[in-house]
Design a binder for this molecule. Structure first.
Ligand SMILES: Cc1cc2nc3c(=O)[nH]c(=O)nc-3n(C[C@H](O)[C@H](O)[C@H](O)COP(=O)(O)O)c2cc1C
Length: 174
């Protein structure tokens, strides 16, 4: 089991070409369920997820994301939002600038890993114009979008794995 999870994490690759096939609602529900179980500072869970299925809205995401067109090609995109004000109310500046971002990053990674287990391709997209995205999606003021996830069945076999720093380079037991 432990090795299977590690294998899944190592198998996950950013996918930027998708088949048009729809993703069953049960799967997207489980992906958000996975996000729900992520840890968060003080268990505040300062997150909100928009599961974007409408073509015109996915197009708006792609435009706001500096014309990363694969966001419109993917049958589903998830907009991961944080409610930074709630973290700030509890933890001040550290809550607003650190914890709420870490919380939503943990939730995002949970989604990516479970999606991989379903045979879905994903790409975490961070490059977007926040105010453009907020206005074209009509997001409430309190919801700050922090990550977009393109989601769909891969139309391509990923190319060779992007390299990672070796264990020796990144860890030290002290
Ligand atoms: C915070 C963050 C922002 C990212 N933003 C983008 C993006 O805007 N567009 C994109 O194509 N990939 C984006 N990526 C995906 C990375 O390029 C990718 O994870 C990295 O190259 C490693 O490849 P892998 O995911 O296949 O292991 C982002 C990843 C993270 C974690």
């Amino acid at each position: 089991m432990t090795n299977e999870i590690l294998k899944l994490m190592a198998e996950r690759r950013s996918i930027r070409r998708f088949k048009p096939d729809a993703i069953p609602r049960e799967i997207t529900e489980n992906l958000i369920e996975a996000a729900r179980w992520a840890p968060s500072a003080g268990n505040l869970q300062p997150w909100y997820f928009y599961v974007v299925v409408r073509e015109d809205r996915r197009r708006c995401l792609a435009n706001a994301a500096l014309n990363q067109d694969f966001l419109a090609e993917a049958p589903v995109c998830i907009v991961v939002c944080t409610e930074a004000g709630r973290s700030e109310a509890h933890y001040g500046e550290r809550g607003r600038n650190l914890y709420c971002l870490q919380d939503t990053a943990a939730a995002t990674q949970n989604i990516l890993v479970l999606a991989t287990a379903y045979g879905l391709g994903t790409c975490w997209v961070g490059a977007f114009d926040q105010s453009k995205l907020k206005s074209c999606m009509g997001l409430p003021e309190a919801h700050r979008p922090v990550a977009l996830i393109a989601l769909g069945y891969p139309a391509v076999e990923p190319q060779s794995r992007p390299s990672r720093h070796s264990l020796e380079e990144i860890r030290e037991y002290i």
